[in-house]
Design a protein around this ligand. Structure first.
Ligand code: DX5
Ligand code: ZN
Length: 246
């Protein structure tokens, strides 16, 4: 099975000292950085865009291998995921994780300026992210059935296969929400069919909820408030990591 990865979500970090927060969390044992991009449209909250990612990139060493330490895991909670691929690649994103729900509704009608850029579908999006030199992730909200993913994962075209699936365990938009154990059967179903797949869980993960998520088969653990709100973040990171490894 794939390695355990702890990806602190910088949504709960001090935005006034973001560079230091990023380098600190890597020093404290984090494997990746989970970077939440929100556009106030796909989700009812806003964060920041590519310019901020550009500024924090020098604070964290680039991964030496695909999905290695220092990976910038950008969680794109945005209505037009295709539009920002190039900007995020230039900013230093390593893994561009878009939402399935945005990819299927991102139609030309929503972007009258550039129809070709906006019209997309999940498989095309994955190919487009790969063509732009990044790993591709696909995320599903709690409302979305895991069944939409089978066709995408079964695709014989290698370049259209995602490098990671993100199963949301809260409704996206805010940190510090309650973990939804109701989403774990999705993780279990994915793990049963795909022993090597990178499966990420995001929302409400902490020392209390980690065991259920790990048991279901998640190997990439996002944690925002649990890490950045802790007195001793290194210990929390270690507990999350070891809970997946055991
Ligand atoms: C929620 C974000 C999460 C969030 C998790 O929309 O995608 O990454 O930061 O925060 P916690 O770990 O506090 O639930
Ligand atoms: Zn996230």
């Amino acid at each position: 099975s794939p390695p355990a990865v702890v990806a602190p979500s910088i949504l709960s970090a001090d935005f006034g000292a973001l560079g230091a927060a990023c380098s600190d969390t890597i020093e404290q044992g984090a494997t990746w950085l989970h970077i939440d991009i929100m556009d106030g449209h796909f989700v009812p909250n806003m964060t920041f865009g590519a310019p901020v990612v550009t500024k924090i990139r020098p604070h964290v060493q680039r991964p030496s291998a695909a999905r290695g330490k220092g990976t910038f895991d950008c969680h794109m909670m945005i209505a037009e995921p295709k539009k920002w691929v190039r900007d995020f690649q230039k900013a230093g994103c390593d893994l561009y994780c878009f939402h399935y729900e945005a990819a299927i509704t991102s139609t030309a009608a929503e972007n009258p300026v550039d129809h070709s850029e906006a019209r997309t579908n999940p498989k095309e999006m994955i190919r487009y992210v790969h063509d732009n030199g990044m790993l591709a992730g696909i995320a599903i909200k709690p409302e979305t059935s895991v069944d939409v993913l089978w066709d995408i994962l079964e695709n014989p075209k290698q370049e259209e296969i995602p490098d990671m699936v993100l199963v949301m365990t809260v409704h996206p938009g805010f940190g510090g929400q309650k973990f939804m154990a109701s989403e774990l059967p999705k993780v279990k179903a994915l793990r049963e069919r795909y022993p090597e797949l990178y499966i990420e869980v995001d929302g409400g993960l902490n020392e209390e909820t980690i065991d259920q998520a790990a048991e279901a088969g998640a190997n990439v653990i996002v944690a925002g408030s649990a890490v950045f709100g802790a007195k001793d973040p290194a210990t929390v990171i270690k507990v999350l990591q070891e809970s997946v490894e055991k």
